[in-house]
Design a protein. Structure first.
Length: 78
């Protein structure tokens, strides 16, 4: 497997959620993006490491091949 960077996966601005988030903000982000994998941040803006470790441990990600390249999306359940 080749080494991927964030720029290989994320196109556009990175959307993220805080541990406590307003429902309206969640709905807006889900309606304006084409995926359901978002980093969860803790104050002051540290990525929640355990969340990502659990996703990768349980292999909770999707691989979609589109027109000659692969896209990996995190598919966490919130």
């Amino acid at each position: 497997m080749r080494k991927l960077t964030v720029s290989d996966i994320v196109t556009g601005l990175l959307q993220m959620f805080h541990r406590v988030e307003k429902v309206g903000n969640i709905v807006h982000i889900l309606e304006t993006t084409g995926h359901n994998g978002f980093p969860v941040i803790d104050e002051p803006l540290f990525l929640v490491r355990l969340f990502f470790l659990s996703l990768f441990f349980w292999r909770t990600f999707l691989c979609a091949k589109e027109e000659g390249f692969s896209t990996f999306l995190l598919a966490g359940s919130f």
